[in-house]
Design a protein. Structure first.
Length: 277
C-alpha cells in the first residue's frame, strides 16, 4: 500500500464491488460530470490497482468494503486511485474535495453535519430507469399522484433507488411491466419544505449536491407530507433559514458530537461547524 504511515488515503462512500483479481479491483460508483451537467453524474464502473486501495481496518474509521463482488461500502483510495477515470474520461464524484486523512490523520479536516427534520411540500427526483441503453431522463414528484404514499429510500451513490409507484405512475414510467417498483438512478433529489422546528420559514436543497448534503441519505415516510430526516452540511441547514445552533437548542440535543456517518464524518442532531470544501 502506498504511504501507509501517513495521510495518504481518502474514503469514497459508497461503492459496489464488481470484480476483484490479484492486481486490481473494479467497482461501481457515482461519476463526476465532464460538462457541468448533473445528468452526466451516472453510476459508472471504475478500475484501480489494488496497490492504491487501503483494505485493512483503521481505528476510528468506518469499516472498509469487503473485496467481494456485490459488497457495498466504503473504499479507501490513494490520490492515484481517486484520479482514476473511466475509458471515456469520467472521474469519480467528489475527487476534488477528497480529504486525505487516513490512516494516520483522522483529526484533520473533519467535516461536520446536522440532522434536520423537514416537513416537505415537494420531493422531486430527476433521473433515469435502470437498464436503459441511452438514459432517458424524467422528473418524478414523490408527493404527487405517480408515487406511492409510503416510501423507504436509501441513497448511497452506489446503487439505484427503488421507488414505489402508484398504478398511474407505473403506467407512465414502466409501461406494461408487471411491477410497481421503479429502479431509478437520480441525478437530482430536490426537496422543498419547512424545518420542523420553524414552519414559518422554508427552503430548498438538492440532496445530491455535496456542498449542502451528505453522501448517504435515508428518506422514509408513510404518507405524503410526513416529516423526513435529512443529513445536511451547515450550508444545507442555512438553506432552510435556520442554523445548526437553533436545531440543537430547539431539539434539546447536546452540543457535542455523538457519532460518525459512513465516511467517518461527525454526525448528530446538534450544532455542527461545516468548513466549505
Amino acid at each position: 500500500m502506498p504511504g501507509t504511515g501517513d495521510c495518504a488515503f481518502a474514503v469514497l462512500q459508497q461503492v459496489t464491488i464488481k470484480q476483484v483479481d490479484q492486481t486490481k479491483v473494479s467497482f461501481a460508483a457515482r461519476s463526476a460530470s465532464l460538462s457541468g451537467d448533473t445528468n452526466e453524474c451516472l453510476l459508472r464502473v471504475f478500475t484501480v490497482p489494488l496497490s492504491e486501495v487501503y483494505t485493512a481496518p483503521i481505528p476510528g474509521a468506518p469499516p472498509p468494503v469487503a473485496m467481494t463482488p456485490g459488497a457495498t461500502g466504503n473504499l479507501f483510495l490513494s490520490r492515484a486511485g481517486w484520479a482514476t477515470t473511466t475509458p471515456d474520461g469520467f472521474g469519480l464524484f467528489g475527487a476534488l474535495q477528497a480529504s486525505f486523512k487516513w490512516p494516520e490523520c483522522a483529526g484533520v479536516t473533519t467535516r461536520f453535519a446536522t440532522k434536520l427534520t423537514v416537513v416537505p411540500r415537494s420531493i422531486v427526483i430527476r433521473g433515469h430507469l435502470q437498464g436503459q441503453g441511452e438514459p432517458r431522463f424524467f422528473d418524478l414528484e414523490l408527493l404527487g399522484p405517480d408515487a406511492a404514499e409510503s416510501q423507504d429510500l436509501v441513497w448511497t451513490g452506489a446503487e439505484f433507488l427503488e421507488v414505489r409507484l402508484t398504478p398511474q405512475g407505473a403506467r407512465r414510467l414502466l409501461g406494461h411491466a408487471p411491477s410497481s417498483i421503479a429502479k431509478i438512478w437520480p441525478t437530482q433529489i430536490v426537496i422543498q419544505g419547512s424545518p420542523a422546528i420553524d414552519q414559518a420559514v422554508s427552503g430548498e436543497v438538492d440532496l445530491l449536491d455535496s456542498e449542502v448534503a451528505e453522501g448517504v441519505q435515508h428518506l422514509a415516510f408513510g404518507r405524503h407530507g410526513a416529516p423526513i430526516s435529512l443529513t445536511l452540511t451547515q450550508d444545507g441547514v442555512n438553506a432552510f433559514h435556520v442554523t445548526p445552533q437553533a436545531v440543537a437548542e430547539r431539539s434539546g440535543a447536546a452540543v457535542t458530537a455523538s457519532g460518525q456517518d459512513h465516511a467517518g464524518h461527525r454526525v448528530a442532531g446538534v450544532i455542527r461547524r461545516q468548513p466549505r470544501r
